[in-house]
Design a protein. Structure first.
Length: 467
């Protein structure tokens, strides 16, 4: 062995085999040896912690019975007898030794120390010493009440903003005549009346303006005759203005008649007029007015020729929650009217509004159809229709006067409803119809809303026209 070592040293083999082995061994020792030490330390640390925990538990166990010495149950637990546990129960009432000072407080209750306890009782008590302190609490409540008052005032400010009241008075005859007054014949008349001299030029221009006012030839001729007869009385254009104003007022007042009241049951209204005048819409608005008066209306869809006319009337019936009597498109309108009268009688309705097909006054066959409807309604209910109302579009101007004449010849027209007055500058047509036909204007449409179908007032109309 020694010889081998010597040879290995000489050859250098020892350096290549033994020295690395030794170094590897040392390395392993260095790596694993400290871990063992740490493990041992951890074990020792854990053992020490366990000891400390156990010691703490022992101390707590020792301390707790010391605090519970006045109760003395743990000392009696040594004797495992049951009566020992029953005996400490009476000892529990002895524990009120802690509230005993509270028991001594009732002994001192007569003393002034206890008023601290009756303080909540004094809230109901009438003692004057504490009463002034209590009203101080409701006082801040009173201060809170005025704080709530401005909150109530805030919605009051919003109410006029959302309320439709300021909008409804705008839909008046005056507002409806705005275009006639500003863009129609009245704007020219007002400019003419500013002339302080009543000469031939003024009279000629006045006649020209009136002929363009859609009043009709007969009405204009009548007015100009009166002007020429009283010309010597006029000192200025204002005198001519007042003269015309009063003559027109007389015509409208003479023919004025309020919308008829319900005197029959059912009272039958036959609505006539040309296409586009607004008959169906007017019927829907009339139904709304009757319902507001507590009446029960029934609608008859007698316009079986116009596309969607029946559907349009049914929509109005749904809006007003009233019955609509109808038939298929192209059905005989006279039969629809006859069935509607019988239905209104059986239902005990107050009003029957009969819609008819729009027809031109120069179509003889259509006018004969209207005569047939009028005759059939009279057979279904003697004396009916009680009112035959022609609906006229103000935009038709002088042509509306011709329509009213032709329909009056076919059926007995009892009144007129003027629609779309707010959208027309031809409000003078009302004067011509009243003068030449002697027919009253029942209602005037001054807007698109359902409540914009307003009663016609001749004085209001004249004042608004000459304003």
């Amino acid at each position: 062995m020694q010889a081998w070592i010597e040879e290995s040293l000489k050859n250098g083999e020892l350096f290549f085999y033994i020295v690395p082995a030794v170094l590897l061994l040392l390395l392993l020792i260095v790596i694993f040896w400290p871990d063992k030490k740490k493990a041992k330390k951890e074990e020792t640390d854990e053992s020490e912690l366990d000891k400390l925990i156990k010691a703490d538990k022992k101390l707590k166990a020792e301390i707790e019975p010391v605090d519970e010495k006045p109760e003395e149950p743990p000392f009696k637990e040594v004797g495992s007898e049951i009566p020992l546990f029953e005996e400490p129960k009476p000892v529990e009432p002895e524990q009120p030794t802690e509230p005993k000072p509270v028991e001594t407080s009732p002994e001192t209750s007569p003393k002034p120390e206890q008023p601290t306890e009756p303080e909540p009782v004094v809230e109901t008590s009438p003692e004057t010493s504490l009463e002034p302190e209590q009203p101080t609490e409701p006082e801040p409540e009173k201060t809170e009440e005025p704080v709530a008052e401005p909150v109530e005032s805030e919605p009051v400010e919003t109410l006029p903003e959302t309320s439709p009241e300021p909008e409804t008075p705008a839909a008046t005859i005056k507002s409806g005549l705005e275009k006639t007054r500003k863009g129609g014949f009245m704007s020219r008349l007002i400019g003419l009346f500013r002339n302080s001299v009543v000469d031939d030029d003024l009279i000629e221009e006045l006649e020209e303006i009136l002929y363009t006012a859609d009043m009709g030839v007969a009405t204009v001729s009548w007015l100009m005759d009166l002007v020429n007869k009283n010309r010597s009385k006029f000192k200025s254009g204002d005198d001519v203005k007042l003269f015309l104003k009063e003559r027109i007022r007389e015509v409208l007042v003479q023919t004025y008649k309020p919308f008829p009241e319900i005197t029959e049951k059912p009272m039958i209204f036959l609505m006539v007029g040309v296409n586009g005048a607004g008959k169906t819409t007017t019927i829907g608005k009339l139904a709304h007015k009757f319902i507001a008066q507590g009446k029960v209306p029934v609608l008859a869809a007698g316009d079986t020729f116009r596309a969607a006319a029946v559907e349009q009337l049914k929509v109005w019936g749904e809006r007003n929650n009233c019955t609509v009597i109808s038939d298929k498109d192209g059905a005989d309108p006279a039969s629809v009217a006859f069935n509607a009268v019988n239905s209104a009688v059986s239902k005990g309705a107050d009003v029957l509004l009969v819609d008819t097909a729009g027809r031109l006054q120069n179509r003889v066959n259509l006018m004969e159809e209207l005569i047939k409807i009028n005759r059939v309604i009279g057979k279904a209910k003697p004396g009916a229709p009680h009112e035959t109302i022609i609906v006229i579009d103000a935009n038709n101007g002088q042509n509306a006067l011709t329509q009213a004449k032709q329909f009056s010849e076919a059926v007995k027209v009892t009144g007129i409803i003027i629609t779309k007055l707010d959208g027309s500058a031809k409000g003078g047509v009302i004067i011509g119809i009243s003068k030449e036909l002697g027919l009253p204007v029942y209602l005037v449409g001054v807007g698109e809303k359902i409540e914009d179908l307003r009663p016609f007032d001749p004085n209001e109309f004249v004042d608004a026209l000459f304003e």
